[in-house]
Write a protein that binds this ligand. Structure first.
Ligand code: NAD
Length: 355
């Protein structure tokens, strides 16, 4: 039986392939923009300059100061630069931090955005913006910040470092996993989630010692999977896994993608008894009788951290994390109870493999 559902798609245009960066100019024109400001992190500023040269007169400048967690003071500097340059729109070239800066600008001035993602984090397909001020991160959901156009160019991901490839990929997988069992789940997202998880797992599984490196087939499967998982995050809900990652990131300053990688197997093991249908879908997506163990093995086999201990979380922080997670909980299919949650975090802290 098909259960009742509601489905709302987010209106964004997606260009996917190899060499698609060359199409950014025509896509800017399609958006009706004369000139755009390019955003990057300091690390990717040179790539931003190359894109500016490619765009010629359409480039109004490069703002290369995007930073983790979208600090408001950086956004204010970028906004001043945007106004000074006479740009009419934004091109965000980079990962979730850079795309987050573009969204924070759009939140304030409604500037159209074209995102060119270079990681698998997925912010480009979501109407969600997180911002940090006075060491507090707040998140809001508004269609104002959804990028109008997203250009996925596989070539830009060919040299994504090995650890980031794995952790950013598992971060994406976590979006799809929770979309399957969160509030707002629907059959279309279920299809996308299953396909997205399968594509990413297969691509990460082909990771060699040097990373997927210049293996364009594995890289295109990974980016395709990341897009599908990003749609899941943008249109679906989240649950305990994302709540724990937000609490751990905020309270102990743990790194974003690595924290998702460690928590996913344990959060899924916690919820598994409450979501039998979702588990059937995840078994198909992972090709494993235990999806939680499969996600753990994916990280362990690739040699990335599988414990909160390795990420620098103090063991005596577990009780505090449970307390904060319970203060203002998200929807979750299995009731949130302090003792089992403590066990979940203790297992994640020690890096135990779930059954
Ligand atoms: P990031 O954007 O912080 O990038 C990390 C570093 O890697 C940066 O120096 C960046 O320049 C570099 N980098 C990016 N692509 C590269 C590539 N192809 N090759 C080499 N280096 C590259 O990391 P991220 O994981 O993409 O994003 C994490 C941030 O995104 C977090 O702050 C998270 O909260 C946010 N996020 C937001 C949403 C949302 O919907 N709002 C969704 C997912 C993530």
């Amino acid at each position: 039986m098909t259960a009742p559902f509601t489905y709302t798609a987010n209106p964004s245009r997606v260009i996917f392939g190899s060499g698609t960066l060359a199409r950014v100019g025509e896509e800017i024109e399609r958006l009706g923009l004369d000139r755009v400001m390019i955003l990057t992190t300091p690390y990717q500023a040179e790539e931003g300059q190359r894109l500016a040269a490619q765009l010629g007169d359409r480039a109004a400048g490069v703002f290369g100061e995007a930073a983790m967690h979208t600090p408001v003071d950086v956004t204010e500097r970028a906004l001043a630069e945007f106004e000074r340059s006479g740009a009419a729109g934004i091109v965000s070239l980079g990962g979730g931090s850079t795309i987050g800066l573009g969204k924070a600008i759009a939140l304030r001035n409604d500037a159209p955005q074209l995102a060119v993602p270079t990681t698998y984090a997925g912010s480009e397909m979501t109407p969600i913006v997180g911002q940090t001020e006075n060491e507090r991160k707040t998140t809001q959901r508004t269609p104002k910040v959804l990028p109008e156009t997203v250009v996925y160019d596989v070539d830009l991901t060919l040299h994504l470092p090995r650890e980031m490839t794995v952790t950013s990929g598992i971060n994406a997988i976590a979006h799809a996993v929770e979309a399957i069992y969160a509030e707002g789940a629907n059959p279309v997202l279920g299809l996308m989630a299953e396909e997205g998880i399968g594509a990413l797992m297969s691509a990460i599984g082909r990771l060699g010692e040097e990373g997927m490196g210049a293996d364009p087939e594995a890289r295109s499967d990974a980016l395709y999977g990341a897009w599908l998982c990003a749609v899941c995050l943008g249109q679906g809900g989240v649950a305990l896994h994302h709540k724990l990652c937000h609490v751990l990131g905020g309270t102990f300053d743990l790194p974003h993608a690595q924290t998702h990688t460690v928590i996913l197997p344990h959060a899924l093991a916690y919820n598994a008894p409450a979501v039998p249908d979702a588990m059937e879908q995840l078994k198909r997506a992972t090709g494993s009788a235990s999806p939680a163990a499969a996600f753990y093995d994916l990280a362990a086999d690739a040699g990335v951290p599988t414990s909160l201990r390795e990420l620098g979380m103090p063991e005596d922080g577990i009780d505090q994390a449970v307390e904060i997670a319970l203060e203002n909980p998200y929807y979750n299919p299995r009731p949130l109870e302090p003792e089992p949650m403590r066990d979940l975090l203790a297992a994640a802290w020690a890096g135990e493999r779930p059954a």
